[in-house]
Write a protein that binds this ligand. Structure first.
Ligand SMILES: NC(=O)c1ccc[n+]([C@@H]2O[C@H](COP(=O)([O-])OP(=O)(O)OC[C@H]3O[C@@H](n4cnc5c(N)ncnc54)[C@H](OP(=O)(O)O)[C@@H]3O)[C@@H](O)[C@H]2O)c1
Length: 241
């Protein structure tokens, strides 16, 4: 049995990654924070659709003390992991003037610190030939105009992926990153029609990505054994206008 862990795997991009992994016969362990309703609906949907196993673990990744809790919960399910997808992300829409240290630290915890130490703690479980895939963002490349902490944290995610390649060589683990542009998930739903319109003008394909379009890139990375240390952008041609 092949096991995949997907953080943020109950909604949005993560949910569609789980669906594609289940279609490939993986057992999937999905980690979420507090939206129990979405988590249970996702479980019901997958349990009727697939015969592969789908597990839920509720764990707030903004608290680094929860890293060992998550490890112990995963070990109750499996002693080996084939795919670790570090997809959960956090943003706080504040800039230089109004952001607090606590807000900065909570974004960094979810987006960088916890994922890094999850990798460290999960290494003994990860099989040779296994995969780690982060969700980065095109906002790592185009400076963010609203959330300073988010833009910097996603730049750090891209840098972390590049830096970890050499450290993972002895373990024969590949590490890559998918960097989406704008994706139609809850994440984007609070943007006004005017803001969405102005973003779409900068996307050459003139619309946001569907979560499943982004999710298929993770499966491509798992399948292609020669991809390592890559940041794969999927943004519909953002800013080619
Ligand atoms: N949507 C976009 O346009 C876009 C663009 C570029 C990059 N991204 C990146 O893509 C990733 C997924 O985004 P999305 O749009 O799919 O988001 P989403 O639809 O809001 O889903 C977020 C998922 O992450 C989980 N999560 C959030 N905070 C968590 C925490 N502290 N601990 C554990 N789980 C947590 C959520 O659990 P709950 O439901 O329990 O909260 C949910 O399962 C993020 O890293 C984001 O930065 C998104």
């Amino acid at each position: 049995m092949k096991y995949a862990i997907v953080t943020g795997g109950t909604r949005g991009i993560g949910k569609e990654i789980c669906r594609k992994l289940l279609m490939q016969g993986f057992s999937v362990i999905s980690v979420y924070d507090n939206d129990d309703v979405s988590a249970q609906l996702t479980r019901q949907e997958f349990e009727t659709e697939f015969r592969s196993l789908f597990y839920l673990i509720k764990c707030d990744l903004s608290n680094t003390d929860n890293i060992l809790f998550l490890l112990s919960e995963v070990k109750l399910i499996t002693e080996s992991v084939d795919v670790l997808i570090l997809n959960a992300g956090k943003t706080i829409r504040k800039g230089l003037v109004d952001m607090t240290i606590e807000e900065w630290e909570s974004v960094m915890a979810v987006n960088i610190t916890t994922p890094l130490f999850l990798i460290q703690r999960f290494l003994p479980l990860m099989l040779r030939g296994s995969n780690i895939i982060f969700t980065g963002s095109s906002m790592a490349v185009f400076p963010h105009s609203v959330s300073l902490s988010y833009g910097i944290s996603k730049s750090a995610v891209h840098a972390m992926v590049k830096n970890l390649v050499k450290f993972l060589v002895p373990f024969e683990i590949r590490i890559n990153c998918v960097a989406p542009g704008f994706v139609d998930t809850e994440w984007q739903k609070d943007k006004s029609p005017e803001v969405r319109e102005s973003i779409m003008k900068k996307i050459s394909l003139k619309h946001f990505a569907k979560p499943e379009e982004v999710a298929s890139v993770y499966l491509f990375i798992i399948d292609n054994q020669y991809l390592n240390g890559e940041i794969i952008t999927i943004d519909g041609g953002y800013s080619y206008q």
